[in-house]
Design a protein around this ligand. Structure first.
Ligand code: ZN
Length: 234
């Protein structure tokens, strides 16, 4: 095996380690993302419960004010009823009192049912807050484990990258350029051994002359079908 080929194979072996570590980091990112998604969903439920509580509280306040206004108005209506003398005016005043009584009765019913809902709404908020606190307690362990795992992987990756650079320095620049170009568009290996008379990756037959050059270790050829670098094993 030519020293050039040995150098590229050594580089490829280290690049495989780099790729594996990067894959681990991506998997870790996905797990972190799913923790975040889970938390966001609970937070949104809590936010919805709070919004509902605020809206109900606002309705209750507004309705209370309205009831107070209508009660004052009814007192004035009743006072008017006391002083009117003409039957026609008395009938009109009576009609107003009756109408407002109905309105007040409906408003007080509504106010009462709004008041009954207050504990439910607060119960819902408490429930969501509890769920969020439990989730955070559980997730804090998971997040700590994540961070520890990430630190280990990143340290390994830093080491693997520096070994990789060292090995790349031993590969002749023209071969390295080809190698890097293929690596950048290919997530799998760059170098493949000939399998019989064909490319070890895509199985396309390699012309005899080029095959001989590869076998003699004179050249690291590119497979014209799939673009990887070819070498003769053994
Ligand atoms: Zn091929």
């Amino acid at each position: 095996m030519s020293p050039d080929l040995e150098a590229v194979l050594a580089l490829q072996a280290e690049d495989a380690i780099v790729a594996q570590l990067n894959q681990k980091l991506r998997a870790l990112d996905e797990r972190l993302e799913s923790l975040n998604t889970e938390r966001t969903s609970v937070e949104e439920s809590l936010e919805r419960a709070r919004t509902t509580a605020e809206a109900e509280e606002k309705r209750r306040r507004e309705l209370s004010v309205k009831v107070e206004d209508h009660k004052a108005m009814q007192e004035r209506n009743l006072a008017t009823l006391d002083v009117v003398r003409k039957p026609k005016e008395a009938t009109a005043a009576m009609a107003q009192v009756d109408m407002l009584r109905k309105v007040l009765s409906q408003e007080e019913t509504d106010l009462h049912s709004l008041s009954l809902r207050v504990p439910d709404v607060h119960h819902a908020i408490d429930g969501q807050q509890k769920t969020l606190a439990e989730l955070d307690a559980r997730q804090s362990e998971q997040r700590a484990a994540h961070a520890a795992e990430r630190a280990v992987i990143e340290k390994e990756l830093k080491k693997a990258r520096s070994i990789r650079e060292e090995r790349a320095a031993h590969v002749p620049p023209p071969i390295l350029r080809k190698y890097e170009r293929i690596l950048s568009r290919n997530t799998s290996n760059v170098l493949y051994a000939l399998r019989g008379q064909a490319c070890g990756r895509c199985d396309t037959a390699i012309p005899l002359q080029r095959r001989n050059a590869i076998a003699a270790g004179r050249a690291i050829e590119v497979c014209e079908a799939c673009g990887v670098l070819l070498y003769a094993a053994g």
